[in-house]
Design a protein around this ligand. Structure first.
Ligand code: ZN
Length: 336
């Protein structure tokens, strides 16, 4: 166990890197193009985990009679995921049992540790290193074509946070930890709330509330895995060569249970006639569950191959429900 804050951050970060290499999770995440499936990792190790409404706590790590984890159902999936990674960090680093409240989300160098040890700092550093490793942030940046300088933009950091499965705030703090932004930039980013990004992306469409996240999906998301929640909304933005008679076909999205709430076209070049346009649809999750969807840009009257396509996997069944995690439910179903 570390005896000071800096040592604890180092120990937690190293333990997370070791966990990725021992568990083979880096390969899985990089090939799926998604986030770190912490509940899947815990399920794979058959470490008992329960979700239940908790008052004043986000989660707990217990070790009597056997190691186990409890996570609240009262928070969004990004917080459930971070908490699960924190509790998993306690398990992985052979810590003492821990009851964890909101303090785990904003631990500072001077945060008091009840035990006088630094196991909470270690578990937080583990959670950051495991859920938001630098290679994963850089991987998403390469895929999306984001430059380091664009991490100053709240809209970019918000979209990054969705792809990491992390909260916007945790993402901002982690960018500082990796020196991808400075503290002043983080403060500016934190002053901008995700709700503003949601309103801007929805451009006039008003959902029942703004609790859900709004994903901006483009061809850069081809081949990735979108892990969302039931109240999330997709904004799909694609170039459409309508002058050549091509239109994007969203039938598969509708067949998968999504509902198209808005559908717009805007000219890419306002002076050009017959040039490509930007097709932008807004879709709510409605009955969508998990699966794979393939959107195709084609000439509606021709059976010819599509001009372009956007295929991605999705799981919109978050957040984790009470009882067993979704990963455990799948594992038990497969074993049955
Ligand atoms: Zn803890």
């Amino acid at each position: 166990m570390a005896t000071n804050y800096e040592g604890a951050v180092r120990a937690g970060t190293l333990a997370a890197a070791r966990a990725h290499s021992e568990l083979g999770t880096r390969n899985i995440v990089e090939s799926s193009g998604g986030n770190v499936d912490i509940f899947g990792v815990i399920s794979g190790l058959e470490l008992p985990l329960m979700l239940r409404p908790l008052k004043g706590l986000l989660g707990a790590y217990l070790d009597d009679p056997v190691p186990g984890i409890i996570i609240t159902t009262e928070r969004r999936m990004s917080i459930q995921r971070f908490t699960a990674a924190h509790e998993f960090g306690h398990f992985w680093m052979k810590h003492q049992p821990s009851l964890d409240d909101e303090g785990i989300l904003r631990r500072m160098p001077n945060s008091p540790e009840p035990t006088g040890l630094f196991q909470e700092t270690e578990a937080d550093a583990f959670a950051i290193g495991f859920m938001m490793p630098k290679w994963l942030i850089l991987g998403h940046a390469v895929r999306q074509g984001w430059q380091k300088s664009q991490f100053r933009r709240p809209d970019i950091v918000y979209q990054l946070s969705l792809r990491l499965g992390a909260s916007y705030e945790a993402t901002c703090r982690t960018l500082v930890r990796y020196s991808l932004i400075d503290v002043a930039t983080m403060d500016t980013l934190l002053a901008s709330k995700p709700r503003a990004q949601k309103v801007a992306l929805l451009s006039g469409y008003v959902p029942a509330d703004y609790r859900g996240d709004v994903w901006l999906l483009t061809v850069a998301d081809a081949g990735t895995r979108i892990e969302g929640s039931r109240d999330d909304i997709f904004v799909v933005q694609l170039a459409e060569h309508s002058g050549g008679g091509y239109v994007w076909d969203f039938d598969q999205l509708v067949a998968s249970g999504f509902v198209i709430a808005a559908d717009h076209r805007a000219a890419l070049d306002p002076d050009g006639v017959g040039g490509p346009v930007v097709r932008r649809i807004t879709a709510s999750v409605d009955a969508a569950d998990r699966g794979r969807v393939s959107l195709e840009e084609r000439r509606p009257w021709q059976p010819a191959p599509p001009a372009s396509a956007l295929t991605f996997e999705f799981d919109m069944t978050g957040p984790e429900p009470a009882g067993l995690s979704r990963a455990d439910r799948r594992r038990f179903l497969e074993a049955a």
